[in-house]
Design a protein. Sequence first.
Length: 216
Amino acid sequence: MFYDFIKRLIDIIGSAILAVLFLPIWIIIPILISLDSKGPILYKPERVGKNGKKFNMFKFRSMKMFEVAGKAAHAVEFWKANPEIFEKYKRNGWKLEINEDPRITKLGRILRQTSIDEMPQVFNVLSGEMSLVGPRAYVKPELEDAKKRYGKNVKGLIKKSLSAKPGITGPWQVSGRNEIPWNQRVAIDADYAQRRSIIYDLYILLKTPFAMISKW
């Protein structure tokens, strides 16, 4: 109970401060996105939150829009027309290198490398759907595929990982980010969820800026 109260207090105060500090970003980035490519400023993908509850996560759009049945659709529709690349994406732990991912815009590469695309998630934290620190926010098909790909061992790790709110940053983000294989990432997330340590949260928060800078 004490951990949950302190963690929520840190989330509210921290995300409110970040929302104010990011004020120039809320103005500049939407302009740059509009100039770089057509489509909405924000992307709101569905993610699996604490205890499996689904929510829409806010991100600055870093991917192209695609024409589907005469309407603009987000890059997720790209996979339907490119199943081979999708299979490679899944085999590679549900990720592609930024330079080889055809969905990402020129500006999107910068936004992703600097993690600026994730900054709108402070509003998910304020609403209580996310935390400043926590496991990765997973996509449901990703979890289903992982259970088939990695077998029984990963099911328990997924369940433990989903016992905590997903975070803007987390243990695997400061431990190598996308270079870590998927099954190892979820194991790190599961370990984090079981620790329930405010000191560990503060350690991750302090380490996050350095992890971001190392990617520039």
